[in-house]
Every structure is written in C-alpha cells, then in structure tokens.
Design a protein around this ligand. Sequence first.
Ligand code: ZN
Ligand code: FE
Ligand code: FE
Ligand code: FE
Length: 162
Amino acid sequence: MALDNLADLFHEELRDILSAEQQLVKALPQMVKKASSPELAKAFQDHLAETEQQIERVQEAFTDTGKAARAKTCEAMKGLIAEVSSMMKNDADPDVMDAILIAHAQKIEHYEIATYGALCTWAKALGYENALKLLKQNISEEENADKKLSALAVRINESAMS
Ligand code: ZN
Ligand code: FE
Ligand code: FE
Ligand code: FE
C-alpha cells in the first residue's frame, strides 16, 4: 500500500473506520441481549441505530476522496470486540455484567472518538468540507454515547458493589 500523501492516509483511515463501524453493528445486538438494566439495553439499542447511520455517513465521506468506499479490516475493533465477547462469557452477577458492558463499550467509543478526531483534522487540512461535516456528526454521536454510558455507570456501579 503506497501512502504518498495525507489524502492517501485519509482514505486508508476512512476504510478502517468503515470496517470498525460495520463490526460494531454485528456486535451490539449481543450486548443488548446481555444487558440487565433496561436503560443500558436501550442505550446500546439506540447506539446500534446511530451506528447504522454512521456507516452511511462514512460511505458518503468517501466521495471527497474520489476513491472507492471499501472497508479494510480494523484490527483494533476486532480486538476490542473479541475482548468484550470473552468477558461476556463470564458467570458474573447481572450488575457486574452491566459494569463490564459499560466499561468495554466505553473503550470502543474512545477508540472511535480517537479515529474520528484524526479523520476530522485531516479532512479539514485537505479541504474535504462535506466529509468534515459528516465525520463531525459521527464524532459528536460517539461523544454523546460515551457521556450517556458514564451517567449510567454511576447507579450500576453502586448496585454492583454488593
Ligand atoms: Zn464505531
Ligand atoms: Fe460509531
Ligand atoms: Fe482501526
Ligand atoms: Fe460508537
């Protein structure tokens, strides 16, 4: 893979986040099922719907690059999902399982925020205005999802103490 300039790098990273979002659409339904708190299950369900929209925005963001919207396996997301999948196999108290789900979902959100952060910076530098607008919408949804999980964690962690 020849990455000669920032435009090539932007395209490559867009392929990575497309894969990351596609992997997450497959993983979130299992997290919905595993959550005991109805609020947590709903937060995951809502983020699943958002993630489907995010995939469409990422696909549209490729237009500025003039190159194909083709995903390239995000190994980091693969690892993050493998980790939460293995943690979900534990015989844990339901509140503890919810705490596990929140912590791992937040690792995923932070990874996405970091990736969209770089993509937004590069889109701005490259003058990709439409891509920038779309990627900013995605990063703000990720930030809101992260904040919502932090708020849910307060009560759930308290319940998981005993
Ligand atoms: Zn994602
Ligand atoms: Fe996302
Ligand atoms: Fe990645
Ligand atoms: Fe997300």
